[in-house]
Design a protein around this ligand. Structure first.
Ligand code: UN1
Length: 508
């Protein structure tokens, strides 16, 4: 396991860090990391104690005082160097993502590329933290707005994108002048250590203070320390809707800010006027990619009745050809699910579906062939369903694709929007009216809406996130940076009088 060594990972890894310094070697409580490939243990990470946590927050507060006064383009230069360092470690980190999380190596590499891309984006953004200049109604007055950093940005991320989601938040927050405290998923603690080690090299080279990029490790309790902590003005959380509700409640109660990126229940409408072959390929990537464990995974297909059977058969053909196996092998397209709980929830969903009257058209079984040790492997499933069934309304984090029939386009849109989540969506059609209807105010109600492009695999340049129960947060590109800053409106009087706004006379 050469790549582990190259990423600085060994037997027991201190799970708390303020930058270059790591703490926790004496801690008793440890988190063991197992690869879902064959369930063998990779290494341990110590769990952050409350004492260590307070030390991290205090160090971060101190670092913020310095970091906020570093000119934004200079902060951008640090992020540029992090991007270069990530390029050096792309293969090793991609391999670790695959090893610890189970997505195929191509996707592991893609995830690190997403980190590199957001670094590049953030470097440019660091010169573009634009505020507006307004026309004052008072003579010789100038009005403008400027953006200041918030302070500590708490980042809580999930197992399925163990490194990229952190960097969307951290790199943008960093150029904005914030300091970061990151708690990743307890299912992927080593990815956090590896990223922290990579960033530490840049911090050292630039002689930066401790406390800008901080890492803590632990479960829900550690997350709650963050959400309850008034010293953390912004919490950006990615995970389940249930988790998001808790975070919103706790942070909201102390009037803190949140960026929530929660579950999706993403659908593709396939029109009778679609390029069906192109649609089938996009559907396959969206539904079986990352073994159905992206928040943007394609879960529902809403298919015009005239092409329903044809598309169903084509998808079965494609699914039959998909290699399931060790995600480190080059010809594998589908690796394992993250753990046994995920396997069980997939089986539960399929049973519920059958009870409702759904038909499993293909796949769904657990695979325990000898060459697939670990019992975390499943065959992706294609099933027929009705949109209103309870199980279809839920996000099951596994490769189940629900096929739903429609007759007219308005009905397709109603079905499409007829779920609580609102993350990503697509229509496959060559019909201009259908495409534009889908993109219009009466079309898709999601944060991401595509035409002839699947639901997953978004580029970092756009704002990423969704509506309704998906939580409303936006991360990554466009003007998502504003959520990491506070806006200040400034009025400057350079006259020798004191006129009041709204023409009010107030003689004293
Ligand atoms: C996630 O699953 O939490 O659009 C993020 C995509 C990726 C990000 C997914 N760029 O599928």
């Amino acid at each position: 396991m050469d790549f582990l060594k190259k990423l600085g990972i060994e037997g027991t890894n201190p799970g708390t860090s303020t930058g270059q310094k790591f703490y926790g070697s004496g801690a008793k409580e440890k988190l063991s990391s197992y690869t879902p490939i064959d369930n063998t243990q990779i290494a341990d990470t110590t769990i952050t104690t409350r004492e260590e946590y307070d030390k991290v927050v205090e160090t971060a507060q101190k670092a913020f005082k310095e970091w906020r006064m570093v000119p934004a383009p200079k902060r951008g230069d640090i992020v540029r160097q992090i991007g270069l360092e990530l390029r050096e470690h792309k293969e090793d980190l991609g391999r670790l993502v695959t090893y610890e999380m189970g997505k195929i190596y191509q996707e592991g590499l893609g995830e690190v590329q997403e980190m590199i891309d957001i670094c590049d984006f953030a470097v440019g953004q660091s010169r573009m933290l634009y505020g507006k200049t307004m026309q004052s109604e008072r003579p010789r007055h100038r009005m403008y707005e400027q953006w200041h950093p918030l302070g500590i940005t708490g980042i809580i991320s999930a197992f399925n994108f163990p490194v990229a989601v952190y960097s969307w938040n951290a790199m943008i927050a960093a150029i904005c002048g914030n300091v970061m405290i990151w708690k990743g998923s307890e299912k992927t603690p080593l990815c956090g250590i590896a990223v922290q080690n990579i960033i530490a090299k840049v911090l050292k080279r630039n002689d930066l203070p401790e406390g800008i990029f901080n890492l803590i490790t632990g479960d829900r309790e550690v997350g709650e320390w963050m959400t309850e902590d008034e010293r953390i003005p912004l919490i950006s959380a990615t995970g389940s809707i249930r988790m998001g509700r808790e975070v919103a409640k706790t942070v909201g109660a102390r009037l803190g800010k949140t960026i929530l990126e929660l579950g999706g229940n993403n659908a593709i409408i396939v029109s009778k006027d679609a390029d069906l072959e192109m649609a089938a390929r996009a559907i396959a990537f969206g539904s079986v990619g990352t073994c159905g464990q992206r928040c943007t995974s394609t879960r529902r297909l809403i298919i015009h009745e005239e092409v329903f059977d044809q598309l169903k058969e084509r998808l079965v053909e494609i699914y039959k050809d998909v290699n399931i196996g060790n995600p480190l092998d080059e010809d594998t397209l589908v690796g394992p699910l993250i753990d046994q709980d995920a396997v069980n929830s997939m089986q539960f969903a399929l049973n519920e579906l059958k009870k409702q009257g759904g038909e499993v058209v293909y796949g769904g079984e657990k695979l325990d062939d000898n060459h697939l040790e670990g019992n975390n492997y499943v065959r992706p499933a294609i099933v027929t369903a009705k949109n209103e069934w309870d199980i279809v309304q839920e996000e099951t984090f596994a490769p189940i694709l629900y096929l739903i029939k429609y007759r007219d386009f308005d009905e397709a849109i109603a079905k499409h929007n007829g779920v609580k989540q609102g993350l990503s969506s697509s229509v496959f059609t060559l019909n201009l009216r259908e495409a534009e209807t889908f993109l219009s105010a009466r079309g898709s109600d999601c944060g991401i809406a595509n035409v002839n492009v699947g639901t997953s695999g978004a580029e970092i340049g756009g704002a990423f996130g969704g509506e309704k129960d998906t939580g409303g947060g936006r991360e990554s590109g466009s003007d998502a940076w504003k959520a990491y800053m506070r806006r200040q409106t400034n009025t400057i009087n350079w006259s020798d009088e004191l006129p009041l706004a709204q023409g009010i006379e107030f003689e004293v």
